[in-house]
Design a protein around this ligand. Structure first.
Ligand code: SAH
Length: 353
């Protein structure tokens, strides 16, 4: 990263304070925030209503951290677009656009890499490179909008990284992207997914944002969860579920349980019973996701028929459940696989594509 602070990460209030600090009028904060988060430009030379003297001060004190599109893969099946973005320090991250009937959804990364170590996930294989700034999270959304020349209505924080392991930047991002002076995306249209960092789930609940919290459940007993998710050694399922209940109580937002189906690991009859038990104890919705096999591991996805049978069984028990639609299957997989293949192909994230 750079020594200079990321201008795009500043909240509207911090921008106002910054203008005061550098001896500028408050309305300049509105102008700069508007350029960065409504007009979504990241080049000072385009900010035509700012005096040169102010731009000089900004350049001295800040940088606008870039999220530069270096590769775009477009699915021929469903219009899904997958992006490699390069950051100003050469790190690369992946971002995905999903086109749904109800609008454009962008799946952003919250960290370059990840240190959570989930066994089935590609993002974590090389560990954590670094946290993303709030501006770099927003920058992924703006880059996609610039690419497709359409607005993004929904955001899911389900790319690489654990948002609650980057709590301050992640919550700054939520405040930035929902700010009515800027991008003004509704909190109700944002979902953030966590592997279950309990104290941070509670802290997030206390902020009372309107966002949906998704929990990566993936197993219904501590014993089994520990086998696939190291975080389960730190927090028991009961603690995690308590945090989910707390989140619902504080925000009124139903929890989404994500459950990646791994053949022979978590798709048996006792797993279905466990899911029914858990779903009944938390105001929630279950999203079944056939695991996306990664070449570094031997896990295989549950068959389509077995997944449908599980879904039927849950529905018969009045559980809200969906099977996640697979999108962009023809353009490499998600969850860190694209980033890894980019780094492996080019040697490092630093080279030009
Ligand atoms: N760190 C957050 C968000 C990242 S991933 C979390 O753990 O929730 C978003 C979802 O994709 C998580 O539920 C994650 O467990 C899941 N996932 C990761 N790799 C996967 C794979 N290969 N196949 C299916 N789901 C995967």
């Amino acid at each position: 990263m750079s020594d200079k602070q990321d201008l795009r990460s500043l909240s509207y209030d911090k921008m106002r304070q910054t203008m005061k600090d550098i001896g500028e009028k408050p309305f300049r904060a509105d102008q700069i925030f508007d350029w960065l988060h409504s007009k979504k430009v990241s080049d000072y030379s385009l900010m035509t209503n700012l005096p040169a003297s102010l731009i000089r001060k900004l350049v001295q004190n800040f940088e606008i951290y870039e999220t530069r599109r270096v590769q775009v893969f477009v699915s021929g099946i469903d219009g899904t677009r997958k992006y490699i973005h390069r950051l100003n320090d050469g790190n690369v991250i992946e971002t995905v656009l999903l086109k749904y009937d109800y609008g454009n959804t962008v799946c952003i990364s919250s960290q370059a890499g990840c240190r959570m170590g989930c066994r089935f996930c590609a993002s974590t294989i090389d560990g954590l490179a670094r946290n993303l700034t709030a501006g770099e999270m927003a920058g992924q959304v703006y880059s996609v909008e610039d690419d497709i020349k359409e607005r993004v209505s929904h955001i899911v924080v389900m790319g690489s990284g654990e948002p609650l392991d980057n709590f301050e930047n992640f919550t700054d991002f939520i405040e930035l992207i929902t700010d009515e002076h800027g991008a003004n995306i509704s909190g109700r249209n944002i979902t953030a997914s966590t592997c279950g960092i309990v104290p941070k789930m509670i802290e997030l609940a206390d902020r009372k944002y309107a966002i949906t919290l998704a929990l990566s459940l993936h197993a219904t007993t501590d014993e089994k969860r520990k086998q696939i998710m190291p975080i389960a050694n730190k927090y028991s399922l009961e603690q995690v579920l308590d945090a989910c209940r707390y989140y619902f109580d504080k925000t009124g937002r139903r929890i989404t349980f994500e459950y990646s189906l791994i053949e022979g690991v978590n798709d048996g009859a006792e797993d279905a019973e466990g899911l029914i038990r858990i779903a009944r104890s938390v105001n929630s919705h279950i999203n079944l996701i056939p695991v996306n096999p990664i070449k570094e591991r031997t896990y295989r996805a549950t068959s389509r028929n077995a997944a449908l049978a599980l879904k039927n069984k849950l529905e018969k028990n009045n559980i809200n459940v969906t099977i996640r639609r697979e999108m962009g299957r023809d353009i490499s997989a998600s969850c860190g696989q694209l980033r890894r293949s980019f780094i492996n192909d080019t040697g490092t994230g630093d080279q030009n594509a």
